[in-house]
Design a protein around this ligand. Structure first.
Ligand code: MG
Length: 338
């Protein structure tokens, strides 16, 4: 078995601002795993929120004993091995887990969505995300997003109302709103959510810091809008407690350490009667297509990371006006663009 990896800088079409950061370039690490003449792909999109960088990803890869990956069908055992190397490094583990799944799919001749038991026609519409910006730019971005039936709007800085009003000056389509932990007091969060309730908003994602679960529980008793956990969703073990404060969870293959763990979280969330959103980082079509393979199993999709960049080096699942179109190629179904 051979493992190769390289850094690659994703160029964003627009500066992407959320409540805690602003970026034009997002460095990822692309992975190639080769065994028995089959080349499989993976990707890590490291996240500073979880103390990850391209360096931490590469360090993690350098610690892997390839002998432990030699039977890719033992996906459970491989995931346990990756967890034994470190408690952290979710995106690096995701890269390996994605490539292992791609290999198994290619070896068995099966597209992963079928391996997972899903029906690709059932994938819910995906949102298109609009980052925090000036009202003029928000209006421009909203107009550019005309083909997408549902938008996800980032808020969490003092200009929330201005942003939503700018969007609403252009369109009345449904919105989903993500505060990325931006509201620090429960009273502030309550006031903002009450106002958002008048603006055709379907749900609010991570209104308050992940650690303030008691405040979110207080909020939930006072609002009708579903509250979805994102930054608070560290692993499947967090789900039973999250279910006491949130209506749903945002699962991300990169944040949660790969496809196997994401699937387990889908089932854990269902057991706890929670709604499921499938989210993403800024990623190439490798990471997005990996997540898209799970998309028929969830309630809401937010898989637009690859359409926000201008230099995607792969082709995979297509985003046709918010509809996720999976192909029937075995494995991930991604091809490098030469
Ligand atoms: Mg989020």
């Amino acid at each position: 078995m051979k493992l190769d990896y390289r850094r690659y800088d994703l160029k964003l079409k627009h500066t992407f601002t959320i409540s805690r950061s602003s970026r034009d370039i997002v460095p990822v690490v692309l992975l190639e795993l080769e065994k028995d003449g089959i080349t499989a792909y993976g990707e890590a999109s490291p996240n500073a929120r979880y103390n990850e960088t391209p360096e931490t990803v590469e360090t993690f890869f350098s610690l892997i004993d390839l002998e432990k990956l030699s039977d890719p069908f033992k996906i459970e055992r491989i995931n346990d091995y990756l967890d034994s190397i470190s408690d952290h490094n979710a995106s690096a583990k995701a890269a390996i887990d994605i490539a292992i799944h791609d290999w198994v799919g290619k070896r068995t001749g099966m597209p992963l969505y079928r391996y997972f038991g899903g029906e690709k026609e059932k994938a819910p519409i995906t949102t298109f995300t609009i980052g925090i910006d000036s009202p003029e730019i928000i209006v421009k971005k909203t107009r550019e997003a005309v083909e997408y039936p549902v938008l996800k709007i980032k808020v969490g800085l003092p200009n929330d109302e201005e942003i939503i009003k700018a969007v609403r000056s252009v369109t009345d389509k449904p919105l989903r709103v993500d505060a990325n932990e931006g509201w620090k007091s429960k009273e502030e969060a309550l006031e903002r959510i009450n106002w958002l309730s008048t603006q055709n908003v379907e749900f609010i994602e991570q209104p308050m810091p992940a650690a303030q679960i008691d405040d979110v529980r207080w909020l939930r008793e006072r609002v009708k809008m579903p509250i979805i956990a994102d930054e608070a969703v560290s692993s499947m073990y967090a789900i039973p407690e999250l279910a006491t404060a949130y209506d749903g969870i945002n699962i991300k293959v990169q944040k949660n350490g790969g496809l196997l763990k994401a699937r387990k979280m889908i089932y854990a969330a269902r057991v706890n009667r929670m709604k499921i959103m499938l989210g993403c980082m800024i990623e190439t079509s490798v990471g997005i297509t990996a997540a898209a393979q799970l998309s028929p199993l969830v309630d809401w999709n937010d898989l637009d990371g690859n359409v926000l960049i201008s230099n995607d080096p792969f082709r995979g699942a297509q985003n046709k006006s918010g509809h996720i179109v999976l192909n029937d190629d075995p494995g991930l179904g991604v091809t490098p663009i030469s």
